[in-house]
Design a protein around this ligand. Structure first.
Ligand code: SF4
Length: 414
């Protein structure tokens, strides 16, 4: 997985990334809350630039509810949720008039995400940037990682840190973070199995690991990894995976929840709403359609348009999942329990897949990479900007006791 050289670990797509600025189809200066760190705020207060001085005073406001130096102030967005410093040509006035050193950490860093693992810096990026989504997702080869020399001249803020050598991790699953991370990526990139099979194998693994953690038997982790490695290699799981039934009607219940007003009302991203409309039209989704009619359309869309295309392009979703695992320090961050982190991973996968099935029915034979990238990018922007979306789905699963392996298999397998 890794070509080890120096001190910062990055996925190889980061080598090629360069912001495409005014050619970007979804500027990062629209639809976010832009935080301003303390140092940048002070620079703005001292700024004497004639064109920007007044505007910086008026549009950059102290955030007194936060004690974080990274969230010291914020930019007051225009109506339409766009940054007031964005020109009509989608260029940043602060960058062009004052230079890069006047950009806040948030603006300098986006779409990069920095973590630190055992003192080693890691850099990757969010799929909410269309250029990153293209570079990371559309590579048919397995995602690879390199160690490089870090660029210390840039302003960086850490998203998360983890140190598995500290005594505080002694009785915690964090102790096995690297083993679990490598195993997870190895399974996700094992093309001897279809992607849905890889996800179910991972689910069985994390369900078992959760049981060990509850029994305070965490020391079995390395044995469990080895057993799974052997069973995967020897094809032991194939028979079992064949027996797993596919329940599209239950996937439809989730789809119906997607159309819930409470979720949709907080969403402003134009590109996501366009995808959502295509999905609704593709599914023939009107208030009047019965469940049976929807299930039939869903099945037809899957077999006629989605499956034939994705069979040849499964690496797109594989790349998405590998990036998710790397970026989110899976499986030890986000939620406390490893299996809950697995549930969140599956929720992302299942929601993307279900959207794409509807979108494929909308575009029919013209369904292609461009539609997949647009959905994944705008979905990432939507869920990263609005936790209501995934929290709502997660609470729903928890409330109805559906955060189980049996139910995850139903969401994964078509
Ligand atoms: S979303 Fe990405 S490519 Fe587009 S303007 Fe922002 S950083 Fe550049």
């Amino acid at each position: 997985m890794v070509n080890k050289k120096r001190e910062m670990l990055i996925p190889q797509y980061m080598h090629k990334f360069k912001c495409i600025g005014s050619s970007c189809e979804d500027s990062c200066c629209i639809g976010w809350r832009v935080q301003i760190d303390k140092n940048t705020y002070k620079q703005y207060r001292k700024c004497k630039n004639k064109e920007l001085q007044g505007m910086l005073g008026e549009k950059v406001k102290r955030n007194r509810s936060s004690s974080s130096k990274y969230d010291y102030a914020e930019i007051k967005m225009n109506n339409g949720n766009s940054c007031p410093f964005l020109t009509q040509d989608k260029l940043c006035k602060i960058h062009s008039n004052l230079g890069e050193e006047y950009l806040s950490i948030t603006c300098t860093q986006y779409p990069r995400i920095f973590n630190a693992v055992n003192g080693v810096l890691e850099k990757c990026a969010t799929m909410s940037c269309p250029e990153i989504a293209r570079l990371a997702l559309l590579n048919p080869e397995v995602m690879q990682f390199d160690y490089i020399e870090p660029d210390i001249s840039r302003k960086n803020a850490f998203n998360d840190k983890i140190d598995t050598n500290q005594s505080s991790t002694e009785n915690k699953i964090e102790k096995y973070f690297w083993n679990l991370r490598i195993f997870t990526i190895e399974v996700l990139q094992n093309r001897d199995y279809e992607l849905w099979e890889r996800l179910i194998i991972l689910g069985m693994f994390y369900e078992k690991l959760s049981a060990y953690i509850k029994e305070e038997n965490m020391d079995e982790t390395l044995n469990l990894i080895e057993n799974y490695r052997n069973n995967i290699k020897n094809g032991i799981f194939h028979e079992y995976l064949k027996e797993i039934p596919s329940y599209k009607n239950i996937q439809m219940v989730i789809l119906k929840e997607l159309t819930n007003e409470r979720i949709l009302k907080g969403i402003e991203n134009r590109r996501y709403l366009e995808c959502f409309l295509e999905f609704m039209q593709g599914m023939g989704y009107t208030g009047k359609a019965t469940n049976e009619e929807l299930v039939k359309k869903y099945e037809k869309a899957y077999t006629k348009y989605y499956e034939p295309y994705m069979k040849e392009h499964e690496y797109i979703l594989e790349n998405y999942l590998v990036n998710y695992v790397f970026k989110n320090l899976f499986p030890v961050r986000e939620r406390e329990e490893v299996f809950d982190n697995y549930v969140m991973l599956v929720m992302h996968y299942a929601m993307i897949k279900m959207h794409l099935i509807g979108i494929s029915a909308f575009h029919k034979e013209k369904f292609c990479d461009e539609h997949i990238v647009k959905l994944i990018q705008s979905f990432a922007k939507t869920v990263e900007h609005n936790n209501i979306f995934l929290e709502y789905m997660y609470d729903l699963l928890k409330k109805d006791e559906l955060a189980t392996m049996a139910y995850m298999s139903i969401l994964i397998k078509n």
